[in-house]
Design a protein around this ligand. Structure first.
Ligand code: SF4
Length: 270
């Protein structure tokens, strides 16, 4: 039978260092602000809905609560989103208001020469293409509905509404989702380049295309969070999770993020 001093010596010389080494390996990254393997696993395996709730809360803390949801006219939303294609809000928003000011009603836009429409929206870029697209879309809506209205979408499901809108020439998944979300308050998630990039980095979508990301995010984001998350992620993508040089060092979503290069960007704070 071993003596007590022998057992204590074995414990001190072998067991204690082994336990210490194990604990050090598990927790030392956290001591230096990095994610441990345990935390990485938690970020990856968290249920999407739980993760989205945490992300939305962190975005609210970072950027403040989103402005209250205010429904816009669906046809206005459709034209506004067509104008925003391939340009920034800085260019497309003034173009939209210039168009409204110049023509007043969509019927008058439809009855106008394409060159006059293009002149009014020149700030949005690709003015000739967008003017033609807007006229074609307005004409098709009038042909289907008898007047320029999208009221028919009110009682349709998100899938049916998206299908109707996407059957209009030049209307893609983002434009359709914007009309459904902002024009009707339906749970459709518009995905622009910011949302696509940030959602990927956060592990909300895998290797899907931007088109597929609309369907994936609309399915996994709880309906009541779609509006807040949409606006919050766009702001995050513009200000913090930029395409080049994301500011991971100040990001409140660091612990939820699975972007493999984030540790390399951790020193970036501004
Ligand atoms: S940690 Fe970095 S990559 Fe991840 S969400 Fe934040 S800014 Fe983007």
């Amino acid at each position: 039978m071993r003596s007590a001093p022998f057992t204590i010596s074995v414990f001190c010389i072998i067991i204690v260092p082994l336990l210490s080494a194990f604990a050090f390996t598990c927790y030392w990254p956290e001591c230096f602000g990095e994610m441990s393997h345990r935390q990485k696993e938690a970020a990856i395996s968290m249920k999407p809905a739980d993760k989205i709730i945490k992300i939305t809360k962190a975005l609210d803390e970072t950027y403040g609560k989103r402005p209250a949801f205010k429904r816009s006219d669906p046809v206005d939303e459709l034209v506004r989103t067509i104008l925003s294609q391939n340009t920034s809000d800085k260019n497309s928003v003034p173009a939209f208001y210039a168009l409204k000011k110049r023509f007043g009603a969509w019927e008058r836009v439809l009855g106008s020469d394409t060159r006059k429409i293009a002149a009014a929206i020149r700030h949005a870029g690709l003015a000739n293409i967008k003017a033609k697209r807007i006229k074609e879309v307005l004409a098709e809506i009038k042909r289907r509905e008898g007047s320029i209205t999208l009221a028919v979408l009110k009682d349709l499901s998100v899938e049916e509404g998206a299908s109707y809108l996407r059957s209009l020439k030049g209307v893609g998944p983002k434009t359709a989702a914007c009309v459904l979300l902002f024009g009707f308050g339906k749970p459709a998630m518009p995905v622009d380049t910011h949302i696509f990039r940030v959602a990927k980095r956060l592990g909300l979508i895998g290797g899907v295309s931007i088109e597929e990301a609309h369907e994936t995010l609309s399915r996994i984001v709880p309906n009541h969070l779609i509006y807040d998350l949409h606006l919050g992620i766009i702001e995050h993508g513009r200000k913090t999770c930029r395409a080049q040089n994301p500011l991971c060092g100040v990001c409140l979503l660091y612990g939820l993020c699975v972007f493999k290069d984030k540790a390399g960007f951790r020193k970036r704070k501004a």
